[in-house]
Design a protein around this ligand. Structure first.
Ligand code: ZN
Length: 198
């Protein structure tokens, strides 16, 4: 039985397809949206479309940015010879929030997962190896401590080892399976400072 109009149903369906939004939240949001003034809705949809149109990968570190090179990579005061490898832009943001890391990043956009059929070629790994042809003194692997994150860390360290570049892994203490973005800054700093050479 259709309780709502077809348009509402379609809106609920779209909202419910977003990560972290269950059916109940989707319904609540759908009704909230249809009650908003039209200009507010237009601002909202414009923001989505504009982000979609203008956001791209940084040519160096592959984080999401508005320009060719992201502000971190463009910053000459950062240590460009230390690269921290993270799974996604949200993890990068979590480390940036600590304000204590002055190296640069490399964003993989995923992690290796044989179970989900995600292989080394499906993440920005080749791009990382290309960067290592420049002067690099340390690669800090800060992938999550989930099975996928650990698999990825192991794979990357095996790949880099022969180059002679120092490879370190952030200390555990980051909860297993925990998304880095939900971890407080103190824990992140401790994980970074306690990193061990692989
Ligand atoms: Zn960048």
């Amino acid at each position: 039985m259709d309780l709502y109009s077809g348009y509402i149903n379609k809106l609920i369906e779209e909202l419910a397809s977003l990560p972290g939004i269950g059916n109940k939240s989707a319904q609540r949001l759908a009704f909230y949206l249809v009650h908003l003034p039209k200009e507010r809705v237009a601002r909202f949809t414009d923001a989505i479309l504009e982000a979609k149109e203008h956001v791209r990968y940084c040519a160096e570190c592959y984080t999401l940015t508005d320009s060719e090179i992201c502000p971190i990579c463009a910053n000459k005061n950062r240590d460009h010879e230390t690269i921290m490898v993270v799974e996604n832009t949200r993890d990068l943001a979590a480390y940036e929030k600590t304000g204590k890391y002055d190296g640069v990043y490399h964003v993989l956009h995923g992690a290796i997962s044989p179970m989900l059929g995600v292989g080394p070629n499906d993440i920005k790994l080749k791009e990382l190896m290309l960067r290592l042809q420049k002067e690099v003194k340390e690669v800090i692997i800060a992938t999550n401590s989930s099975l996928e994150g650990e698999t990825t860390a192991m794979y990357i360290s095996k790949l880099i080892k022969p180059t002679g570049i120092k490879v370190t892994r952030i200390a555990s203490g980051v909860p297993v399976g925990g998304d880095l973005e939900y971890i407080d800054e103190v824990t992140l700093l401790r994980a970074l400072e306690g990193r061990v050479e692989l």
